[in-house]
Every structure is written in structure tokens, then in C-alpha cells.
Ligand binder design. Structure first.
Ligand code: WQD
Length: 328
């Protein structure tokens, strides 16, 4: 029995593969390297080689069927998808076709092969400008970008599939801000080009590859005026997926995977400097369009129902992110 991991060469996918193999699971990893690198698979093998890999685009139904007919799949964890908020505004169709299309086709092939365990990688972005802390039972508000809409639509599609098929067991995991890297430093967040996200930008500045961090606005209604987010260590997030997979049961169950704590941009910068003994030069600039002021989770449901709670702190995140940057 194997677990199919789509996007398994990606940042969160690869860390989840490590956590799953540590628990003895055998994996079938799919990736088309649209936002990841083949070298990640060599690094994965150094940690654990209990997987087979296929270079497959999950929107390719035929290729997907070949994988399902060659392996006895017990369940799937669906990471594959584009995730750059700004890019989704510029190229909405790419995002709808890829993110929503891949979810529909994967669910369709699962139904055909009677695979009824489905963990879906969603995002806190679906909450829109709700009141913090975000709770799973909240009414979702429109997001500020097509990326967020693709996650909200995919969630609704999976709910409808579960209504039609009472054997379907779906766990929807809404991530907050994943950062950091596996303690080995072998895998981590390695975006192509100039990073959109805060932590990889900080590590590139610390390394001298980028001149300084631009802090997008310090006039938000927060203690130091900069944006607040719920940063979660990627290995805590990975372990959250293992817990969700183990607890899969019929119907649709939604969980926030966050720490429940908010950290501002400047607090993260100072934590990084303290953890690694290195200066991070920055400049306050204009707000980034589409950003919300404050976002953090009520993470109590995952603890109650999955027995999972994030255990790594912001210093661990900063230290592990820096180690990976220096080993890459
Ligand atoms: C964090 C904070 C910025 C960069 C996005 C997606 C979310 C998820 C994670 C996919 C904000 C500030 C950032 C910089 C800055 N992705 N910032 N200078 O936007 O909270 O979330 O990535 O699942 O869905 O929406 O993450 O890291 O881009 O920003 O000041 O160079 O850092 O304004 O307050 P975000 P982020």
C-alpha cells in the first residue's frame, strides 16, 4: 500500500515525504518540476529512499491513470499547484487550469481506482479578511487573489465529491506561513528567481545575494506597524500531514495548521539576527498590494482531533532556514 504525493519535490511536499517515510510509509512521488528541482530527489534519497518517482503533470489524466494502474495506492496527498499570489493576479487562467484542474482530475482518477483517502493542501488565504484568529468553521470571505480562489474552489469541489461518495475521506489542511527547513539542511525553501516570500528573501540578504530587505509597510494597525503572520516550521507542517493522514475518516474535515501565534516582519528580522548572529539590512517601503495586516490561526482543532501541535519556535525556524541557505 502506498501514498501518492503530488508535488512531492516541492518545498512542503518534500518535507512531508521525509516525515511520512520516517513513519514507514512507501511513497509514489509525482512532480513536473514547474516550481521545484530534480536535485531535491537526490537529497531526499540521502534521508530515505522508500519512494518511486514519476515526472508527471497532475492535469494529465492519462499519465495519472498509468501510475494508479501500476501501484496499489492507499491514499493521496495533493500538494501540486502554483502558489505565487502576485503571479496569480497576472496569469489567472494558468492558476485555475493548473490548481483547480489538477484537483478535479486527481479526484476523478481516485474515484475510478476506488482510492478514498485524500489530503488536500489548502491555505489560510481562503479566510480572506476575516477576524483573527481564523477558525475552520468561519464563513470564507472572497480572497484578494486568484491563487486564494483556486484553493477555496478546490475545497468546495472536494466537499461535493464527498457528498456524492460516502466512502470518500478528505482532510483539508489550511497552512499559515511555512518557513524553515529540515534539520539536515539538505532540503528547504528554494524558490526560482527573486523570492516573493519573507523568509527566503531574508536568507538571501543575510548571504549577501540581495542588498537589503524591503519591509512592505510599517503603517499597519499592529504594535510595530508591520504585517503580522503565523509562521510555522515546515517540519511541524509536515508532521501535521502525517497526523491528518493517520486520522482520515469518511466525510470532509478541515484543519488549520499554524502555531496560533502572530509574529511581525520586524520581529522575524530581529529573531533571525539573534538566532544566527548576523545583520539583516532593511528599508521600510510602501505596502504590497493585496497584503492583509494580520493573519494567525486558532490551531486548537488540529490539537484536539489529530493530537498534533506545532512544537518548533521562531528561533528554530530562523536557524534551520539559515543552515539550508548556507548548504545550498
Ligand atoms: C509575509 C509578510 C509581507 C516579503 C503568502 C501566500 C500564502 C502562502 C505564504 C502559499 C507580509 C512581508 C514579505 C518581503 C515583506 N503561500 N514581506 N517583504 O503574503 O503572508 O503569504 O505566502 O500557500 O498563501 O499568501 O507571505 O512571506 O510573502 O509575506 O515585508 O520581501 O512579510 O508584507 O506581511 P504571505 P509573505
Amino acid at each position: 500500500m502506498k501514498i501518492l504525493i503530488t508535488g512531492g519535490a516541492g518545498y512542503i511536499g518534500s518535507h512531508t515525504c521525509v516525515a511520512l517515510m520516517e513513519q514507514g510509509y512507501s511513497l509514489v512521488i509525482l512532480d513536473n518540476f514547474s516550481n521545484s528541482k530534480p536535485a531535491v530527489l537526490d537529497k531526499l534519497r540521502k534521508l530515505n529512499d522508500n519512494f518511486v518517482f514519476y515526472n508527471v503533470d497532475v492535469t494529465n489524466e492519462e499519465a495519472l491513470e498509468r501510475v494508479f494502474s501500476n501501484h496499489k495506492i492507499d491514499g493521496v496527498i495533493h500538494f501540486a499547484g502554483y502558489k505565487a499570489v502576485g503571479e496569480s493576479v497576472a496569469k489567472p487562467l494558468n492558476y485555475y487550469i493548473n490548481n483547480v484542474g489538477s484537483t478535479m482530475i486527481l479526484a476523478k482518477v481516485c474515484q475510478k481506482y476506488n482510492v478514498n483517502k485524500f489530503v488536500f493542501s489548502s491555505s489560510a488565504t481562503v479566510y480572506g479578511e476575516n477576524k483573527v484568529p481564523f477558525k475552520e468553521e468561519m464563513e470564507l470571505l472572497p480572497t484578494t487573489n486568484p491563487y486564494g480562489e483556486t484553493k477555496a474552489m478546490s475545497e468546495r469541489i472536494l466537499m461535493d465529491v464527498a457528498k456524492a461518495n460516502p466512502n470518500f475521506a478528505v482532510s483539508i489542511l489550511r497552512y499559515f506561513n511555512p518557513v524553515g527547513a529540515h534539520e539536515s539542511g539538505l532540503i528547504g525553501e528554494d524558490p526560482n528567481g527573486i523570492p516573493n516570500n519573507l523568509m527566503p528573501y531574508i536568507t538571501k540578504v543575510a548571504k549577501g545575494e540581495l542588498e537589503k530587505l524591503r519591509v512592505f509597510g510599517n503603517d499597519y494597525p499592529t504594535p510595530d506597524g508591520t504585517g503580522i503572520r503565523d509562521y510555522i516550521h515546515v517540519m511541524d507542517l509536515a508532521e501535521g500531514h502525517v497526523a491528518a493522514y493517520k486520522h482520515l475518516r469518511k466525510g470532509v474535515h478541515i484543519y488549520n495548521l499554524g502555531t496560533g501565534k502572530g509574529t511581525s516582519v520586524l520581529e522575524l528580522v530581529h529573531a533571525f539576527e539573534k538566532a544566527n548572529g548576523i545583520k539583516v539590512p532593511y528599508e521600510i517601503v510602501e505596502r504590497r498590494p493585496g497584503d492583509i495586516a494580520i493573519c494567525y490561526a486558532d490551531a486548537s482543532k488540529a490539537e484536539r482531533e489529530l493530537g498534533w501541535k506545532a512544537k518548533r519556535d521562531i528561533i528554530d525556524m530562523c536557524r534551520d532556514a539559515w543552515r539550508f541557505e548556507n548548504l545550498t
